[in-house]
Design a protein around this ligand. Structure first.
Ligand SMILES: Cc1cc2nc3c(=O)[nH]c(=O)nc-3n(C[C@H](O)[C@H](O)[C@H](O)COP(=O)(O)OP(=O)(O)OC[C@H]3O[C@@H](n4cnc5c(N)ncnc54)[C@H](O)[C@@H]3O)c2cc1C
Length: 302
């Protein structure tokens, strides 16, 4: 019995697709096919699915909104599991809001503003999910998720655990979920009562700053590189004369050199070559080796 048949037996009712291209599930719009692709309808189904994959020795790629993922052109030899609408519940608790992993950060930020709760304004324009955001410790404009988290529900192997922020070991674009391969099921955010108009004004300000500074009209994964200590990646790239530099359909944005954008028809290989070119030139000029913030997964060839 092959893995597809095993999955169909162990997870009846769940649609498992074969050979699904991942480009349409990433904001860079690149990436080859996953052997198997599923969007479980709830935690029970998710746990069953992961157990079946583990028993069969099939690797799993967890996906949220794909806004920090570069999937190579050969795709992913294994099972891609996307957490989205079925995991998007947001609800109040006495200290703020709690959200499931598939909830969009924009929806969470909006829910906080509607409840006149302050703390999540910075997350308004981050196009990821709570799961991807907690895993990455996403942040912007001086805020980051790790700083406002009360607890995180994770799946560690077969066990569901609730971890404190200290146990999550948040760092700059880093968390224990990244280090130990934990699956984030949801999180509770500690928020304060605030002034509704001030919250809305801060969100409008962040949105207009993004629109003014970021190439939102093109597919991208946001800032492609991590901020190196003592520097800004975009400034180093600009100083190396790389604004507008292009490999195939992948380009260093003219508007914000920290963004690598898809000008149309780019492949993952275009992005990887452009990334290497940027890393080498910046290092030659400044001595700083830029590290990708984007998570690079999959195979170069089918
Ligand atoms: C235009 C634009 C602007 C951006 N601005 C910002 C910004 O201001 N600040 C910032 O920090 N980022 C920014 N990003 C990057 C991105 O939105 C964040 O990193 C976001 O948190 C990723 O969430 P996601 O759901 O899209 O994760 P994905 O891209 O789907 O996945 C990212 C990583 O998280 C893992 N993952 C996903 N879900 C889970 C889960 N439930 N449990 C465990 N692991 C999981 C994946 O396996 C992968 O390794 C931007 C991106 C774009 C396109």
């Amino acid at each position: 019995m092959d893995f597809f048949e095993t999955l169909s037996l162990r997870c009846p009712g769940l649609t498992i697709q074969k050979n699904i291209r991942l480009d349409k599930y990433t904001t860079l719009r690149v990436g080859g096919p996953a052997d198997y692709f599923a969007e479980p309808a709830g935690e029970g189904e998710l746990i069953q699915l992961l157990k079946a994959a583990k028993d069969a020795g099939v690797p799993v790629l967890l996906m949220g909104n794909g806004s920090n993922l570069l999937v190579r052109d050969g795709g992913f030899r294994g099972l891609a599991v996307r957490l989205c609408k079925a995991f998007s519940r947001i609800e109040p608790w006495e200290g703020g809001l709690s959200a499931q992993a598939g909830a969009l950060l924009s929806a969470l930020s909006r829910a906080a503003a509607d409840a006149k709760l302050t703390g999540l304004e910075f997350a308004q324009g981050i196009p990821g999910t709570v799961g991807g955001g907690v895993y990455m410790n996403a942040g912007a404009y001086g805020g980051e998720l790790g700083a406002i988290i009360d607890s995180v529900r994770v799946l560690d192997g077969d066990t569901v655990q609730t971890l404190s922020p200290a146990e999550m070991a948040f760092g700059y674009r880093f968390s224990r979920a990244m280090r130990d391969g934990l699956l984030v099921l949801g999180a509770r955010f500690r928020l304060q009562k605030g002034d509704g108009e001030a919250i809305e004004a801060a969100m409008r300000d962040f949105a207009s700053r993004r629109k003014e500074k970021q190439p939102l009209e093109y597919p991208s994964a946001g800032s492609f590189f991590k901020r190196p200590a003592g520097h800004f990646a975009g400034a180093l790239i600009e100083q190396a004369g790389l604004k507008g530099c292009q490999v195939g359909g992948a380009q260093v944005s003219e508007k914000h050199a920290g963004f690598l954008i898809n000008r149309g028809g780019a492949s993952a290989s275009d992005f990887l070559q452009l990334m290497a070119l940027v890393q080498d030139k910046v290092e030659n000029l400044s001595g700083v080796r830029l590290e990708p913030e984007v998570r690079i997964v999959g195979d170069d060839k089918l």
